[in-house]
Write a protein that binds this ligand. Structure first.
Ligand code: ADP
Ligand code: MG
Length: 285
């Protein structure tokens, strides 16, 4: 039987936009000692903006962005949306005749007869193309290759959510022992964000499988909650002790596999959820 206070806990949480799918999850939250976050769309707004366009010789900025946008039109990634934004008025639909997404890496396909790659350094290297070295700049880069040759990059920036650092501090005050971030993005940007957020651990340049492996390692050492938006991380949400999804921006897959859904996408709702779980238990006992 389920103690009545659990229903009160679930009801109280839902009034704050925190959907808890069952009383067992409320209970499981009390045992969590490690809270692991996805970066994009979870700790950051997931609304990238283009900060620089740098095609190599032969292409002007506008045609370069249009070529990449034509390929990104088949992706739902926040990076794809940012690259498509300046091309909204154009009909690029006939340009791209082949496209596939490499999760956690980028896009590959054919645009106006040319083979195009658009993604991180790894994506290009895997296909034998040497991208420009970006050193320690804290930005996200989409490198581009055309017909097997490096063709330039688009730099993008995303902002931390306003309440992210405060949420992490409150989780620690509430008794969470370790906070960590997993990202497929570059080391420079991951470390900078980790520092600004006060996270204990930062893992970067991970593929979707690498995120699962990382979470499993932490789950062996403690009890984890994982917070993500489901873009390239739904398997991690499914594997965590408690899977917590961002519900507004997040994917349907995330909402489906998660145990808890934050309807307003605010990290600030996390310490609230853990506090409700704690209070509910103290009423039961
Ligand atoms: P995060 O872990 O920050 O949520 P992802 O795992 O979704 O990021 O993606 C990791 C990296 O893969 C991105 O930082 C980007 O470099 C690259 N990437 C993923 N999807 C795309 C895409 N559609 N276009 C270009 N690059 C992409
Ligand atoms: Mg993500």
């Amino acid at each position: 039987s389920v103690p009545l206070s659990y229903f009160a806990g679930i009801g109280g949480a839902s009034r704050q936009g925190i959907l808890i799918k069952g009383s067992n999850y409320l209970e499981a939250m009390n045992d969590v000692d490690t809270v692991v976050f996805d970066k994009t769309g979870t700790l950051t707004k997931g609304q990238f903006a283009i900060t620089a366009v740098h095609p190599l010789e032969g292409l002007d900025d506008v045609s370069f962005v249009q070529m990449v946008a034509a390929l990104e039109a088949s992706s739902n990634h926040p990076i794809a949306k940012a690259i498509l934004a300046p091309c909204r008025e154009m009909d690029l639909s006939g340009w791209c005749t082949e496209a596939h997404e490499v999760p956690g890496r980028g896009m590959a396909g054919v645009v106006r007869g040319a083979k195009v790659l658009a993604g991180n350094e790894e994506l290009l290297r895997e296909k034998g193309v040497l991208p420009l070295e970006m050193k320690d700049e804290a930005a996200t880069f989409v490198h581009v290759a055309v017909n097997g040759h490096y063709a330039g990059y688009i730099a993008l920036g995303d902002e931390l959510k306003e309440d992210a650092a405060d949420a992490i501090a409150k989780l620690k005050e509430g008794g969470i022992q370790k906070t960590a971030m997993l990202t497929g993005d570059r080391k420079a940007i991951a470390m900078e964000m980790g520092r600004r957020l006060g996270l204990d651990e930062v893992y970067y340049e991970l593929l979707p499988d690498g995120k699962v492996a990382c979470l499993e390692e932490m789950e062996r050492e403690g009890n984890t909650a994982y917070v993500g938006d489901g873009i390239n991380d739904a398997p991690v949400l499914a594997r965590a002790g408690v899977g917590i999804a961002m519900g507004a921006l997040g994917s349907d897959a995330a909402i489906e596999v998660a145990d808890v859904v934050l309807m307003t996408d605010e990290p600030g709702k996390l310490p609230v959820a853990f506090a409700i779980a704690k209070k509910t238990r103290s009423v039961v006992i």
